[in-house]
Every structure is written in structure tokens, then in C-alpha cells.
Design a protein around this ligand. Structure first.
Ligand code: AMP
Length: 223
């Protein structure tokens, strides 16, 4: 099973991806996290993408594909995996299908309003040490500005500045139409209202995935 999470930054893809990983055991693969790790480690690839990421623009398809390719061949991805932040364009969707065309696919589009996204991202803080993500509105224990898990000083992501958030949202709106059309044609697209609590959103996702997983088991056991 390949689960694809679509939605603008701040729609809750990361949180829902983690919940899916915990519940179903399919690892969450975030291209944003993989790219940020390359930047942090100062690799060749990291140096190539750092400025593009800061501006909120998309990194070149072939660079992102390289990271995905290396990750999905890991043994823990065999039964399934969750993609968070990939594909961002129709071309990326096609490249993925060329690379691995025989997987059952479920695409979840989490839709949210632009105002909700702006508010959520303005409150987002990340821990530079352990990678935990918080929202200062919901996590009262981060009031001191420190990570409740490891104590490091929380930071704001470079691309969570309001002007960059707007640019990321603009790019999302520009590219999402073609992707949705593609997945509607394949009959694998499910829409989920992300303007609700984390638990409510996950409840909807769970009913979709449970049905898809049971359905596919039924199919594969057919003679
Ligand atoms: P994210 O953490 O998903 O919001 O991604 C952060 C940034 O990483 C994006 O604004 C892009 O610059 C880059 N990025 C992540 N995933 C992709 C992708 N699939 N294609 C191109 N750029 C990406």
C-alpha cells in the first residue's frame, strides 16, 4: 500500500502521517524532512537545495526523486509507506509510478482554508535537536520556548515566515489541480476535511484506510 498525503503546508499532513505510521506500521516518508536533513548535514545535495527551500519554491524533481528512491527500497517500506510532501507536481506523480507501478495506492487530500494554514504555521515551532514539532497555541508546556522532550530552544522554520507561507500556498494552489485530476482518473482519491481536530481528521482517515486495506485483502484472496 502506498498512501499519499496531499494538502498545503499546515494542513496537518505531518501529524496525520505520524498517526498512520503508529496505527498501521507504514513508515512516514517526508521529503521536506529528508531535504532538511541533507541541508543540516551539509551534503552536496543539501547545499544545492538550501536557498530554494528558504524561498518556499520547489526543489528540482530529480533531486527529490533520488531521496525517495533510496528510502522506499528499505525493508520497512515493503508492506507499505506513507508519503508526506511527495508528489508535489504531476510530473513527480508520474516519476513515482514509473519507479514502482504495481502498488495499491490511496491518496488522501486534506483540505483546509488559507486562514487556518496561516494561523497554524505562524504558531509552529520545531526542536532543532530531536525534530519534534509543536504549536505554541496547543502546547502550553512549550511556553518557556523549550522542547518539553529534550529541553532544546525551539525555533521557527525559515520557510514559516508569513511571506514565504503565502508563496508556498500559492505554489500549492497552482500545482494541486493537475494532481487531483490525475488521482481522480485513477479512482484512488479521497478527500478529508482538515478544518477539524487531529482526532476527528484521523477518524476519517482510519475509516478510509480500513476499508481500502480490507478490500485489497479480499481482492488478493480471490481466485
Ligand atoms: P515541507 O516540509 O513538505 O513543507 O517541505 C519543505 C520544502 O522542501 C518545500 O517548500 C520545498 O522547497 C521542499 N520540498 C519538499 N518536498 C518537495 C517535493 N516533493 N518537491 C519539491 N520540493 C519539495
Amino acid at each position: 500500500m502506498r498512501i499519499i498525503l496531499l494538502g498545503p503546508a499546515g494542513s496537518g499532513k505531518g501529524t496525520q502521517g505520524e498517526l498512520i505510521e503508529r496505527h498501521y506500521g507504514f513508515p512516514r516518508i517526508s521529503t521536506g524532512d529528508l531535504l532538511r536533513l541533507e541541508v543540516q548535514k551539509g551534503t552536496e545535495l543539501g547545499k544545492m537545495v538550501a536557498d530554494v527551500m528558504k524561498s518556499g519554491q520547489l526543489v528540482a524533481d530529480e533531486l527529490v526523486l533520488r531521496l525517495i528512491k533510496d528510502r522506499i527500497i528499505d525493508p520497512d517500506c515493503q508492506a507499505g509507506y506513507v508519503l508526506d510532501g511527495y508528489p508535489r507536481t504531476l510530473n513527480q506523480a508520474r516519476l513515482l509510478e514509473q519507479m514502482e507501478d504495481n502498488r495499491q495506492e490511496t491518496v488522501l487530500e486534506i483540505y483546509v482554508s488559507e486562514e487556518a494554514v496561516m494561523e497554524r504555521l505562524a504558531g509552529r515551532r520545531v526542536c532543532p535537536e530531536c525534530g519534534a514539532v509543536y504549536n505554541i497555541k496547543n502546547n502550553k508546556q512549550t511556553i518557556e520556548g523549550r522542547c518539553p522532550v529534550c529541553g532544546a530552544v525551539l525555533t521557527v522554520r525559515d520557510d514559516d515566515r508569513p511571506e514565504v507561507i503565502r508563496e508556498r500556498f500559492r505554489i500549492y494552489r497552482e500545482t494541486i489541480g493537475a494532481l487531483l485530476e490525475h488521482y481522480i482518473k485513477k479512482q484512488v482519491l479521497f478527500r478529508v476535511d482538515g478544518n477539524r481536530t487531529v482526532e476527528e481528521v484521523f477518524g476519517s482517515i482510519k475509516s478510509i484506510l480500513d476499508e481500502r486495506i480490507t478490500g485489497s485483502q479480499g481482492e488478493s484472496s480471490r481466485p
